[in-house]
Design a protein around this ligand. Sequence first.
Ligand SMILES: Nc1ncnc2c1ncn2[C@@H]1O[C@H](COP(=O)(O)OP(=O)(O)OP(=O)(O)O)[C@@H](O)[C@H]1O
Ligand SMILES: [Mg+2]
Length: 327
Amino acid sequence: MLVHQSLGTRGASAPSTMIEVSHLTKRYARHEAVRDISFSVGRGEVVGFLGPNGAGKTTTMRMLTGYLPPSSGTVAVAGLDVFRESVEARAKIGYMPENVPLYDDMRVREYLKFRAQLKGLRGSRVRERVAAVIETCGLEPVRRRMIGALSKGYRQRVGLADALVHDPELLILDEPTNGLDPNQIRQIRSLIRRLGESRTILLSTHILHEVEMTCGRVIIIDQGRIKASDTPANLTACMRAAGRIEVELKIDPDAASRALGEMNQVKKVQSELLDDGWTRLTLWVDSGTDARERVAALAAANGWPLRSVFRHQATLEDVFVELTRRD
Ligand SMILES: Nc1ncnc2c1ncn2[C@@H]1O[C@H](COP(=O)(O)OP(=O)(O)OP(=O)(O)O)[C@@H](O)[C@H]1O
Ligand SMILES: [Mg+2]
């Protein structure tokens, strides 16, 4: 098991704290969904909150937004306790829940106006903010449509517009791209990126590629506990899978395995005879070493025909699988 945990923000100019979670625990009847987690999110950070189904993401997010009381522990948002100072804290938080509850028989603009008023906005400020979020979320073409008649993509945008309508500093988005097609995912992703320029965002998703592109930091949770918290680059850099090289040679698999296995820093070699008579060898090397050049040199020195040398780059998906697999 890879243990890599560096909680909190890093770097020389760490921004001031937006979310401070301290020893948060949630027990349902006979199940501990969140177990004593602590982490912080700095102002301006865009953080991906990842974990397998049932890991505790939604439960944590609901506690962060003040909708679900914890069994123990505290959450502060912009220095405000989300339970003891819930009204003030909620004014700072825009929350898009997992299944956006919308009123199907209301029109988009009418609904957003209603939500703005519920969140305490008054007078011209309501009109102003509703117009602003309709623009930001690309809802102009459907602003007079009934919510019940909207496509999934537009429904998600209405959910996002709702989260944004009171102009919160912090956005907590629970699977904002859930159920969208690749084009819609792109649109929501670029919208989130834009929003992240001026706000703090914590978002959960199962699309890891998306996190690599949008989030400066990733928190991985599994079985109610935090398994990792770092930048995507740091997480992938320390993966074992990072030190894997694949080479295709035209020689006898056993001879190749023996010769390559004797190279410095090669920990393990696996060979496979391909249908076309070439041999594919996978080399596990110490992480951080790049043995491609030495492999090519060895092949040249021995006169082995060589057609490819490829270094595997670990992805966030490799990190996720490594940290959360059950075996
Ligand atoms: N209201 C509830 N009562 C009892 N158990 C619950 C309740 N809500 C969630 N759980 C349990 O708590 C655990 C964490 O659930 P949670 O919804 O937070 O996971 P998640 O990480 O959001 O998963 P997913 O990726 O599927 O959305 C699960 O085992 C779930 O069954
Ligand atoms: Mg969930």
